[in-house]
Ligand binder design. Structure first.
Ligand code: ADP
Length: 189
Protein backbone atom coordinates (compact mmCIF):
# COMPACT_ATOMS: atom_id res chain seq x y z
CA UNK A 1 0.00 0.00 0.00
CA UNK A 2 1.18 3.50 -0.85
CA UNK A 3 -0.26 6.52 0.95
CA UNK A 4 0.90 9.97 -0.09
CA UNK A 5 0.18 13.57 0.82
CA UNK A 6 0.56 16.17 -1.92
CA UNK A 7 1.29 19.46 -0.25
CA UNK A 8 1.80 23.10 -1.18
CA UNK A 9 0.27 26.56 -1.12
CA UNK A 10 -2.88 27.36 -3.11
CA UNK A 11 -2.03 27.39 -6.81
CA UNK A 12 1.07 25.18 -6.43
CA UNK A 13 -0.34 22.59 -8.85
CA UNK A 14 -1.54 19.95 -6.39
CA UNK A 15 -4.68 19.17 -8.39
CA UNK A 16 -2.84 18.81 -11.71
CA UNK A 17 -0.11 16.59 -10.30
CA UNK A 18 -2.66 14.57 -8.31
CA UNK A 19 -4.25 13.46 -11.60
CA UNK A 20 -0.85 12.20 -12.79
CA UNK A 21 -0.11 10.48 -9.48
CA UNK A 22 -3.39 8.59 -9.17
CA UNK A 23 -2.99 7.22 -12.69
CA UNK A 24 0.60 6.16 -12.27
CA UNK A 25 0.26 4.56 -8.83
CA UNK A 26 -3.44 3.54 -8.89
CA UNK A 27 -4.34 5.59 -5.83
CA UNK A 28 -7.71 6.83 -4.60
CA UNK A 29 -7.70 10.64 -4.78
CA UNK A 30 -9.07 12.36 -1.67
CA UNK A 31 -9.18 16.12 -2.22
CA UNK A 32 -10.88 17.97 0.62
CA UNK A 33 -11.31 21.02 -1.67
CA UNK A 34 -13.15 18.89 -4.27
CA UNK A 35 -15.27 17.14 -1.64
CA UNK A 36 -16.20 20.48 -0.05
CA UNK A 37 -17.10 22.03 -3.43
CA UNK A 38 -19.34 19.01 -4.11
CA UNK A 39 -21.10 19.56 -0.75
CA UNK A 40 -21.58 23.24 -1.60
CA UNK A 41 -22.98 22.34 -5.03
CA UNK A 42 -25.43 19.88 -3.47
CA UNK A 43 -26.39 22.45 -0.84
CA UNK A 44 -25.95 20.01 2.04
CA UNK A 45 -25.87 21.25 5.64
CA UNK A 46 -22.09 20.78 5.63
CA UNK A 47 -21.84 22.63 2.33
CA UNK A 48 -23.80 25.58 3.66
CA UNK A 49 -21.49 25.83 6.67
CA UNK A 50 -18.35 25.56 4.54
CA UNK A 51 -19.37 27.93 1.74
CA UNK A 52 -19.00 31.20 3.63
CA UNK A 53 -15.52 30.30 4.84
CA UNK A 54 -14.36 29.00 1.47
CA UNK A 55 -15.67 32.11 -0.26
CA UNK A 56 -13.49 34.32 1.90
CA UNK A 57 -10.43 32.08 1.67
CA UNK A 58 -10.55 30.88 5.29
CA UNK A 59 -10.05 27.27 6.30
CA UNK A 60 -13.12 25.30 7.34
CA UNK A 61 -13.04 23.83 10.88
CA UNK A 62 -10.80 20.81 11.46
CA UNK A 63 -13.60 18.56 12.71
CA UNK A 64 -15.52 18.98 9.46
CA UNK A 65 -12.68 17.94 7.15
CA UNK A 66 -11.42 15.24 9.52
CA UNK A 67 -14.91 13.68 9.56
CA UNK A 68 -15.11 13.85 5.77
CA UNK A 69 -11.76 12.11 5.30
CA UNK A 70 -12.65 9.47 7.87
CA UNK A 71 -15.81 8.59 5.93
CA UNK A 72 -13.98 8.45 2.60
CA UNK A 73 -11.32 6.10 3.96
CA UNK A 74 -14.05 3.84 5.35
CA UNK A 75 -15.87 3.86 2.01
CA UNK A 76 -12.75 2.63 0.18
CA UNK A 77 -11.70 -0.41 2.20
CA UNK A 78 -10.11 -2.20 -0.75
CA UNK A 79 -8.07 0.81 -1.89
CA UNK A 80 -4.49 0.07 -3.00
CA UNK A 81 -3.53 3.41 -1.45
CA UNK A 82 -4.65 7.01 -1.02
CA UNK A 83 -3.47 10.35 -2.26
CA UNK A 84 -4.42 13.09 0.21
CA UNK A 85 -4.69 16.45 -1.55
CA UNK A 86 -5.37 19.65 0.40
CA UNK A 87 -5.34 17.62 3.61
CA UNK A 88 -3.87 17.77 6.24
CA UNK A 89 -3.88 21.57 6.25
CA UNK A 90 -3.31 22.06 9.99
CA UNK A 91 -1.18 20.18 12.52
CA UNK A 92 -4.40 19.05 14.27
CA UNK A 93 -5.53 17.49 10.97
CA UNK A 94 -2.14 15.77 10.57
CA UNK A 95 -2.39 14.30 14.08
CA UNK A 96 -5.96 13.14 13.43
CA UNK A 97 -4.93 11.54 10.14
CA UNK A 98 -2.11 9.60 11.83
CA UNK A 99 -4.53 8.38 14.49
CA UNK A 100 -7.08 7.32 11.90
CA UNK A 101 -4.51 5.45 9.83
CA UNK A 102 -2.81 3.85 12.87
CA UNK A 103 -6.14 2.46 13.88
CA UNK A 104 -6.35 0.70 10.51
CA UNK A 105 -2.71 -0.40 10.55
CA UNK A 106 -1.99 2.08 7.76
CA UNK A 107 0.46 4.98 7.53
CA UNK A 108 1.51 7.93 5.40
CA UNK A 109 4.61 7.01 3.40
CA UNK A 110 5.61 10.46 2.17
CA UNK A 111 4.57 14.07 1.98
CA UNK A 112 5.53 15.66 -1.32
CA UNK A 113 5.76 19.46 -1.04
CA UNK A 114 5.56 21.52 -4.25
CA UNK A 115 7.71 24.63 -3.99
CA UNK A 116 6.46 27.71 -5.87
CA UNK A 117 7.09 31.43 -5.20
CA UNK A 118 4.20 33.57 -3.96
CA UNK A 119 4.36 35.81 -7.02
CA UNK A 120 3.92 32.82 -9.34
CA UNK A 121 1.07 31.45 -7.17
CA UNK A 122 -1.01 34.59 -7.45
CA UNK A 123 -0.45 34.69 -11.23
CA UNK A 124 -1.55 31.07 -11.62
CA UNK A 125 -4.65 31.42 -9.46
CA UNK A 126 -5.85 34.54 -11.27
CA UNK A 127 -5.34 32.74 -14.59
CA UNK A 128 -7.24 29.67 -13.33
CA UNK A 129 -9.99 31.99 -12.09
CA UNK A 130 -10.86 32.91 -15.67
CA UNK A 131 -12.12 29.38 -16.33
CA UNK A 132 -12.46 27.50 -13.01
CA UNK A 133 -15.75 29.04 -11.94
CA UNK A 134 -14.29 29.22 -8.44
CA UNK A 135 -15.24 32.47 -6.72
CA UNK A 136 -12.19 32.20 -4.47
CA UNK A 137 -9.92 32.32 -7.55
CA UNK A 138 -10.98 35.67 -8.95
CA UNK A 139 -10.48 38.17 -6.17
CA UNK A 140 -7.00 39.26 -5.09
CA UNK A 141 -8.01 39.84 -1.45
CA UNK A 142 -9.43 36.29 -1.20
CA UNK A 143 -6.29 34.86 -2.73
CA UNK A 144 -4.19 36.81 -0.22
CA UNK A 145 -6.32 35.41 2.63
CA UNK A 146 -5.71 31.88 1.35
CA UNK A 147 -1.97 32.44 1.15
CA UNK A 148 -2.03 33.93 4.65
CA UNK A 149 -3.99 30.95 6.04
CA UNK A 150 -1.39 28.72 4.39
CA UNK A 151 1.51 30.63 5.94
CA UNK A 152 -0.01 30.64 9.43
CA UNK A 153 -1.80 27.32 9.76
CA UNK A 154 -0.62 24.99 7.01
CA UNK A 155 3.15 25.53 6.83
CA UNK A 156 3.71 23.99 10.31
CA UNK A 157 2.41 20.70 8.85
CA UNK A 158 5.76 20.41 7.00
CA UNK A 159 7.68 20.30 10.30
CA UNK A 160 5.37 17.56 11.54
CA UNK A 161 6.32 15.31 8.61
CA UNK A 162 9.97 16.38 8.66
CA UNK A 163 10.18 15.05 12.22
CA UNK A 164 8.85 11.72 10.94
CA UNK A 165 11.41 11.69 8.10
CA UNK A 166 8.64 11.70 5.49
CA UNK A 167 9.04 15.19 4.05
CA UNK A 168 10.19 15.53 0.41
CA UNK A 169 10.46 18.85 -1.41
CA UNK A 170 10.02 19.13 -5.19
CA UNK A 171 10.24 22.21 -7.42
CA UNK A 172 6.80 23.18 -8.69
CA UNK A 173 8.19 25.42 -11.43
CA UNK A 174 8.56 24.51 -15.09
CA UNK A 175 6.77 22.05 -17.36
CA UNK A 176 4.04 19.87 -15.81
CA UNK A 177 5.72 16.67 -17.05
CA UNK A 178 9.11 17.70 -15.72
CA UNK A 179 7.63 18.54 -12.30
CA UNK A 180 5.91 15.14 -12.32
CA UNK A 181 9.25 13.40 -12.95
CA UNK A 182 10.60 15.17 -9.85
CA UNK A 183 7.61 13.98 -7.85
CA UNK A 184 8.00 10.37 -8.99
CA UNK A 185 11.65 10.41 -8.01
CA UNK A 186 10.71 11.70 -4.56
CA UNK A 187 8.08 8.96 -4.22
CA UNK A 188 10.35 6.15 -5.32
CA UNK A 189 13.73 6.89 -3.69
P1 ADP B 1 -6.42 25.61 -3.03
O1 ADP B 1 -5.37 24.67 -2.58
O2 ADP B 1 -6.32 26.02 -4.45
O3 ADP B 1 -6.59 26.79 -2.11
P2 ADP B 1 -8.54 23.69 -2.33
O4 ADP B 1 -9.44 23.23 -3.41
O5 ADP B 1 -7.59 22.71 -1.76
O6 ADP B 1 -7.81 24.93 -2.97
O7 ADP B 1 -9.39 24.32 -1.13
C1 ADP B 1 -10.36 25.30 -1.32
C2 ADP B 1 -10.91 25.78 0.03
O8 ADP B 1 -11.53 24.67 0.69
C3 ADP B 1 -9.87 26.29 1.02
O9 ADP B 1 -9.57 27.66 0.83
C4 ADP B 1 -10.59 26.03 2.35
O10 ADP B 1 -11.58 27.00 2.62
C5 ADP B 1 -11.31 24.73 2.10
N1 ADP B 1 -10.48 23.54 2.49
C6 ADP B 1 -10.02 22.58 1.65
N2 ADP B 1 -9.32 21.66 2.32
C7 ADP B 1 -9.34 22.03 3.63
C8 ADP B 1 -8.79 21.50 4.83
N3 ADP B 1 -8.06 20.37 4.83
N4 ADP B 1 -9.01 22.16 5.99
C9 ADP B 1 -9.73 23.28 6.02
N5 ADP B 1 -10.28 23.86 4.93
C10 ADP B 1 -10.09 23.24 3.74
Amino acid sequence: MLNLVIFGPPGAGKGTQSENLIHKYGLIHLSTGDILREEVKNQTELGKKAKQLMDTGKLVPDEIVIGMIHRKIDENKQAPGFLFDGFPRTVAQAVALDEMLNHKLMKIDKLIALEVSEEELVKRILKRGKTSGRTDDTDLSKIKTRVQEYEEKTKPVMEYYKKQGKFRSVSGLGEIEQIFQGICKAVEV
